[in-house]
Design a binder for this molecule. Structure first.
Ligand code: AMP
Length: 274
């Protein structure tokens, strides 16, 4: 495995590639959720690039940029074992210059839910993903459904800018008790680990209601909020279609139910696709 810290190093190795390139962008502190994307990309492509870059432009003032978990050595070993060809860990000055040309999130879908709570987050996310997709030359790029709105916006960016890459959505990986894996879960301590389970429990409850024939979004959200009483603060519960338009009634095969809540230090998100 080659570790590339500069654009030149990345391009030099990439030039030798013949065949399809799978790409998995991450912010590191890799866990089984990331690994499932990496394994899928490995299986479906001739070459595999993983990036680890904690992108400052997608963190808002006061967010956890400085304390975001960094596990470089472990990440390197995990990637090596997984058969990654290039681990791209760029230095910040490789990625940005002053007075950059910026692309922005769409005015509506980029400013609801995560975009409303974290205004500007998606601008920074799209900016870095655009750069990374261009740099990697990916044939197929893999993103988790865990960050459903992010995935929808990246898919839109690729469509709107006619980018030549396939965006592959990957299933959410959970621990044995249902908690969606996240690098931020390591901030959970004591009873917070137990209380954090209320997010996935609320989604299970919603799914059960839908399966029992209850399709009214307001009724489902109200019940979810009851289940979420173990969280310290619920930021939103939402029922949208796959394009992130709010739904009054669940449409089987075209619905995402989402939740964002604070439990102790971390802000957690989870969702289910119905
Ligand atoms: P991050 O390092 O948090 O930016 O995540 C990098 C990629 O891994 C994103 O596409 C995430 O959606 C995906 N990812 C993170 N956690 C999970 C999970 N539990 N299951 C599936 N994909 C995930």
């Amino acid at each position: 495995m080659i570790i590339a810290r500069t654009i030149d190093e990345l391009q030099k190795v990439k030039r030798e590639f013949k065949g399809s390139i799978g790409f998995v962008p991450t912010m590191g502190a890799l866990h089984q959720g990331h690994l499932s994307l990496i394994h899928q990309a490995k299986e479906e492509n001739d070459h595999l690039i993983v990036s680890v870059f904690v992108n400052p432009t997608q963190f808002l003032e006061g967010e956890d940029l400085d304390s975001y978990p960094r596990r470089e050595d472990a990440d390197r070993k995990i990637c090596e074992l997984a058969g990654v060809d290039i681990l791209f860990m760029p230095m910040i000055d490789q990625m940005y210059e002053k007075d950059e040309l910026c692309i922005g999130a769409p005015a509506i879908r980029g400013y609801i839910l995560e975009g409303e709570k974290r205004p500007g987050h998606f601008d920074g996310m799209l900016q870095v993903v655009m750069k990374l997709l261009n740099l990697s030359g990916a044939t197929n790029a893999y993103f988790g459904k865990k960050d459903a709105q992010q995935l929808a916006l990246i898919t839109q960016m690729v469509r709107n800018y006619f980018m030549d890459v396939n965006i592959i959505p990957c299933e959410i990986v959970r621990d044995e008790r249902g908690l969606a894996l996240s690098s931020r879960n390591m901030y959970l301590h004591g009873d917070e680990k137990e209380r954090a389970l209320c997010l996935s429990r609320s989604l299970k409850r919603a799914t059960k209601m839908v399966m029992a024939g209850e399709h009214n979004a307001e009724t489902i959200k109200k019940e979810m909020l009851n289940v979420l009483s173990d969280a310290d603060e619920v930021e939103y519960v939402a029922i949208v279609d796959r394009e992130f338009n709010a739904l009054e009634e669940v449409e089987i095969g075209n619905t995402i139910i989402l939740v964002a809540a604070w439990v102790g230090k971390p802000r957690l998100i989870d969702n289910i696709w119905i």
